[in-house]
Design a binder for this molecule. Structure first.
Ligand code: TXA
Ligand code: MG
Length: 316
């Protein structure tokens, strides 16, 4: 790998360059509506291994495969009526489907970390869509941050975390949703919420007219983000704070003021879009971070999930 990381524009020429790097087995960070992804050709084991290496990611944590449309998605996973309804309603968009791999899928086993299932997503961001269309193949992409750190919602976050370790960053500005995709495990029997994210559980439940199975501690399915400490800033994080202590900086919400306020009007979508950027900024102060209470409804659940992980005791 080249030790310098190129910044690539989102025009046709930039997209062509980025697709060329993927085809050659390189690593390209690109914007999606959720967070920046660190992409590699999902069929190329060496390229996928380079993702794990650049992120310092434990190899048992499988990756999401990004495809341009439903037709591509059907090449990789067993397709059921339920998959079809979910895909039709939420793709392109901030939702990933985990389903059994199809025979002859051709994906590197490093992508699935040896599981019999794979996570697939059709992103909605125009730059991601242009790149996937130009590449015309499956792109494995975890969030483009060093493993265990805050997810990147701006090109500068990617540069700060991975510069010199990846080939290029496609500069598409800030990510509009700001939270990773919702992950659903879909089988004939049930739909399981594996990770809260950009599409609220309520919206999926409304579509299915059924409640989602919640991932439980005893389930055998290998669930995402099971490592307690994740999305972690360098400094300590204290939740449900009404006021900062002397040494703390404060992340406010609604009428609980802070050094930065996720959304003064209490809008959860706005708060989600600001979450990681504000955590990055407060983290840069080096002070411990106090966080205002966030309601446990809609996108608030995904925000609280990320905050709880940020506050969890650190793994060594
Ligand atoms: O919004 C997103 O989902 C972003 C953008 C780049 O698409 N990607 C992302 O990827 O958040 P990552 O790797 O940071 O998180 C993917 C999660 C991991 O926690 C992983 O364990 C889980 O998805 N996952 C992937 N494949 C799985 C599978 N077959 N079964 C269960 N969980 C899976
Ligand atoms: Mg991640």
């Amino acid at each position: 790998m080249d030790s310098t990381t190129r910044i690539i524009a989102t025009d046709d020429d930039g997209i062509t360059q980025a697709a060329g790097i993927l085809r050659a087995g390189g690593l390209v960070a690109f914007p999606t509506e959720t967070v920046y992804g660190l992409g590699a050709d999902a069929r190329n084991g060496t390229a996928v291994a380079a993702i794990y290496e650049a992120k310092g990611r434990p190899s048992f944590n499988p990756l999401i495969v990004h495809v341009p449309d439903i037709e591509h998605a059907r090449r990789y996973i067993a397709w059921s009526e339920t998959t079809d309804r979910i895909a039709a309603a939420f793709w392109p968009g901030p939702l990933s489907i985990v389903a059994p791999l199809r025979d002859g899928h051709g994906l590197s086993s490093l992508v699935t970390a040896g599981l019999p299932t794979v996570a697939i997503r059709v992103p909605a961001h125009p730059v991601a869509r242009a790149l996937l269309a130009a590449f015309d193949g499956p792109v494995a992409a975890p969030s483009a941050n060093p493993s265990g750190r805050i997810s990147p919602t701006r090109p500068a976050h990617v540069r700060d975390g991975l510069s010199g370790r990846i080939d290029a960053i496609v500069d598409g500005g800030a990510c509009p949703v700001g939270l990773e995709s919702t992950i659903l495990g879909v089988s004939d029997q049930q739909v399981t919420l594996l990770r809260e994210g950009g599409i609220s559980a309520e919206r999926v439940e409304a579509l299915l007219a059924a409640s989602l199975h919640r991932h439980g501690e005893n389930d055998t399915l290998n669930a995402p983000g099971q490592m307690g400490s994740h999305y972690a800033p360098g400094a300590a994080v204290r939740l449900n704070a009404r006021k900062a202590a002397n040494d703390e900086v404060m992340l406010g919400f609604g009428d609980v003021p802070g050094t930065l306020n996720l959304s003064q009007s209490g809008d959860l979508a706005e708060a989600a879009a600001n979450l990681f950027e504000y955590l990055h900024r407060l983290d840069a102060t080096g002070a411990p971070i106090a966080v205002a209470p966030i309601p446990e409804t809609g996108l608030g659940r995904a925000i609280n999930d990320r905050l709880r992980r940020a506050a969890a005791p650190r793994e060594s």
